[in-house]
Design a protein around this ligand. Structure first.
Ligand code: FES
Ligand SMILES: [Fe+2]
Length: 380
């Protein structure tokens, strides 16, 4: 694999993309799990999914059962969703936990901060303690997490540099948007399942090249020539437009803009992938995030949430805006699923990149290749 990966680093005009096995082979998917997700800051969910203290939600991520919970102090925490006794799954459906997290098997109980509190009959009938069972050492296994723009990012290996260090460039780029934003409720979220490897969703998001043919409606007012590439090697890539048209309702209603945005954001909007798996958008009157959850090497769930500058925006307009974006995400399904099928053709060599249009996609491939080649657990 490593020799083939080196070819990704050829100049854009000569490079081939990632080989078929990165999309079709479950064993390669397993390797990528560790190198691209466990060792980095990957998107898991959004904090607004668990708004109140005690709210808990189980999520399976790359086959690993995790639990997000808002603890008593109001902090979001992520735990491996297993009991330290015999490894039983602790929480199987979203719920508000009033007291403790109780294991359904033998009733060991944990606090929302993950401390093991009670161990009934662990020392024999009627004896709730045993000198060899040290509760202090048997808390839930916490996964390092960081929230940015409502997205819960996790570093499963625990040894990545801090999120703010890894993404300081992007945080600075979007500093104007570092202000309160409000998830618009049920009519501002949707989920889409796509039968493709998660990387194809990223690759498609990185480029504007496909707009005229896949999104003719969008292209009618935000044309190909209005777009620019966003390329920060080793960090992130995507595209932006210099002609952002604000969504407008029948009576001329517009969503309020975020406060004190710089001049650039009057007409511009940006669409960036925070590697590996979070698609983000910043526009003057709303933002969104799409967290990709790879269910398998050829199945991906996309969870989209839309955010506004005010907690009280027009409900019908939010519904209409959600429909607009959902339609665009649905338009993309045909091509990402088509590319996935195409990767079963033995003659496909990873394809070529347009030297003018595919720089951001090539940058993502280089990020993948680099992470795989440098992963400590994969080095011979
Ligand atoms: S497995 Fe949880 S209490 Fe036994
Ligand atoms: Fe698209």
């Amino acid at each position: 694999m490593s020799e083939r990966l080196q070819t990704i680093f050829a100049p854009l005009a000569q490079a081939n993309g990632l080989a078929n096995e990165h999309y079709t082979d479950p064993q390669v998917h397993d390797i990528e799990k560790r190198a691209l997700f466990f060792d980095t800051w990957a998107g898991l969910s959004v904090a607004s999914e668990i708004p109140e203290i005690g709210d808990a939600k189980p999520i399976s991520f790359l086959g690993m059962p995790l639990l997000i919970i808002r603890d008593k102090a109001g902090n979001v925490r992520v735990f491996q969703n297993i009991c330290r006794h015999r490894g039983m799954i602790l929480v199987s459906k979203a719920q508000r936990i009033e007291g403790a997290i109780r294991c359904p098997y033998h009733s060991w109980c944990y606090s929302s901060e993950g401390r093991l509190i009670t161990t009934p009959h662990v020392g024999g009938p009627g004896k709730n303690a045993h000198p060899e069972v040290d509760k202090a050492a048997l808390g839930l296994i916490e996964v390092r997490s960081h929230i940015w723009r409502d997205v819960i990012f996790i570093n499963i290996s625990g040894d990545a540099p801090p999120f703010e260090t890894v993404h300081k460039h992007l945080i600075k780029r979007w500093k104007d948007f570092d202000q309160p934003m409000f998830q618009g409720g049920e009519n501002s979220k949707f989920t889409i399942n796509v039968k493709c490897n998660w990387k194809l969703a990223v690759e498609n998001y990185c480029e504007s090249y496909h707009l005229p043919w896949v999104h003719p409606g969008l292209n009618a007012y935000s044309r190909l020539e209005d777009h620019y590439h966003i390329e920060e090697a080793g960090l992130y890539s995507g595209q932006g437009t210099n002609f952002y048209r604000q969504f407008e309702g029948d009576g001329g209603y517009k969503f309020p803009s975020f406060n004190k945005l710089g001049k650039k954001w009057g007409d511009s909007a940006e669409y960036i992938t925070v590697f590996p798996n979070v698609l983000m958008a910043c526009q003057k009157d709303h933002a969104w995030s799409a967290v990709l959850n790879p269910i398998s090497n050829e199945l991906t769930t996309e969870d989209i949430n839309i955010y506004y500058a005010s907690p009280t925006t027009n409900e019908e307009m939010r519904e209409a805006n959600k429909k607009q974006w959902k339609d665009i995400f649905i338009e993309d399904i045909l091509v990402v699923e088509g590319m996935q099928l195409g990767r079963n053709c033995t003659g496909f060599d990873g394809g070529r990149f347009s030297p003018a249009m595919d720089g951001p996609t090539h940058l993502f491939h280089s990020w993948v290749a680099n992470k795989l080649l440098n992963n400590k657990s994969l080095r011979p």
